[in-house]
Design a protein around this ligand. Structure first.
Ligand code: ZN
Length: 298
C-alpha cells in the first residue's frame, strides 16, 4: 500500500493512494459501514496497530476500489495538502557515511561499524512544506536518504529477521548545516534544526518494497541533477543497520531510521555553493515518491 497523510482543517488524515485516487480512510469506512474501530484512522494508529490494523486497512481499500466511481471519499491527490508521511516518529536514528562514494567525497575513512547520530521530531516536515534557513548557519546542504519506518519492536534481532520488523519505507531529506555539524565532534546541532527532515510524500508498506538494496535515489537542486546513486552502494544494508542498532538498544514501532546519503552533496564539491532561501530541492527514492521543498528565510 502507498500511504500518505493530508490536512483537513486541524486534522491530519490518513489516505491510501490507489489507481482511482486517494482513499480518505475515515470517510470511506463511515460510508462503507466499516466504522467499528478495526480500521485505524491515523498514520500513528496504523503503525502502532501491527498486522491486524494493516489487514483491516487493506480490506477497506479493496472494498473502496470496488465501489462505484466518483465517491466523495475518493480524493484527487493534487488538490490535497499533504502532511509528513510519518507525522510523529518515535526515535529518529541516522546513519552517517553509509555510501562508499559519499565517504570518499568527504575524505572520511570507510566506517567499520555504522556511524549513528540522531535528529529530533522538530525536524519532521511534509512534501512541499517550506524549510526555514536561519542566520545561525550558512553552509546548508541536502542529503537524499532511504527512510525505514519500524513496525515491530526489535531487540537483538538477527540480520535475517531484521527486515521483518520494518513497517515501510519513505523518501527523506537529511538537511544539514555543515558549519554547525562540524563545529564540535557531535554532529547533532547541524542536523536537527526545525523542519530539517522532510519525509514523504508517501510511506510505502514493506510488502511493496521487496528489496530495499536495489533502489535508485536522486537529488535535484533548482532542477539541476546533484545526486544519482542506488541503495546497492550502502556500506551497511538496512538489515545490518537494524540488527546492529537493536543489539545496543530497543527499536519500537514508529521509530525512523534514515540510512545515509550517496555522493553528490555540496560538502563533497570543490566549489561549494551552499543552499540559500529561494532554492528548491527535490529528492527521490524510486518507487517511494519525489519530495520537493523550498528553502525560505527563517
Ligand atoms: Zn544523512
Amino acid at each position: 500500500m502507498i500511504l500518505l497523510t493530508f490536512r483537513d482543517g486541524d486534522d491530519l488524515k490518513l489516505g491510501v493512494k490507489t489507481s482511482r485516487g486517494v482513499v480518505d480512510v475515515a470517510a470511506a469506512q463511515a460510508a462503507l459501514g466499516m466504522d467499528d474501530g478495526s480500521v485505524p484512522e491515523s498514520m500513528d494508529a496504523l503503525i502502532a496497530g501491527g498486522d491486524s490494523a494493516r489487514t483491516a486497512l487493506a480490506d477497506l481499500v479493496a472494498r473502496a476500489e470496488a465501489a462505484p466511481a466518483a465517491e466523495d471519499w475518493i480524493r484527487d491527490e493534487p488538490t490535497l495538502t499533504l502532511g509528513p508521511a510519518v507525522p510523529n516518529p518515535g526515535k529518529i536514528i541516522c546513519v552517517g557515511l553509509n555510501y562508499r562514494k559519499h565517504a570518499e567525497e568527504t575524505g572520511a575513512a570507510i566506517p567499520e561499524t555504522p556511524v549513528l547520530f540522531s535528529k529530533f521530531n522538530n525536524t519532521v516536515a511534509a512534501a512541499h512544506e517550506d524549510v526555514p534557513l536561519t542566520d545561525a548557519a550558512t553552509q546548508y546542504d541536502y542529503e537524499v536518504e532511504l527512510a525505514v519506518v519500524m513496525g515491530k519492536a526489535a531487540r537483538n534481532v538477527s540480520r535475517a529477521d531484521a527486515l521483518g520488523t520494518v513497517f515501510g519505507y519513505a523518501t527523506a531529506n537529511d538537511l544539514s548545516a555543515r558549519d554547525l555539524q562540524t563545529r564540535t565532534s557531535q554532529w547533532i546541532l547541524g542536523k536537527t534544526m526545525d523542519k530539517f527532515m522532510p519525509i514523504g510524500p508517501y510511506l510505502v508498506t514493506a510488502d511493496d518494497v521487496p528489496d530495499p538494496q536495489t533502489l535508485p535515489l536522486r537529488t535535484w537542486l533548482n532542477g539541476e541533477p546533484r545526486q544519482d546513486s542506488n541503495t546497492d552502494d550502502m556500506i551497511f544494508s538496512v538489515a545490518e543497520i537494524i540488527a546492529y542498532i537493536s543489539r545496543h538498544f530497543s527499536l519500537a514501532p514508529g521509530d525512523v531510521i534514515i540510512t545515509g546519503t550517496p555522493e553528490g552533496v555540496i560538502l563533497g564539491m570543490a566549489e561549494k555553493t551552499w543552499m540559500v532561501p529561494g532554492d528548491a530541492v527535490e529528492v527521490e527514492v524510486e518507487g517511494l515518491g519525489k519530495l520537493t521543498n523550498r528553502m525560505v528565510a527563517g
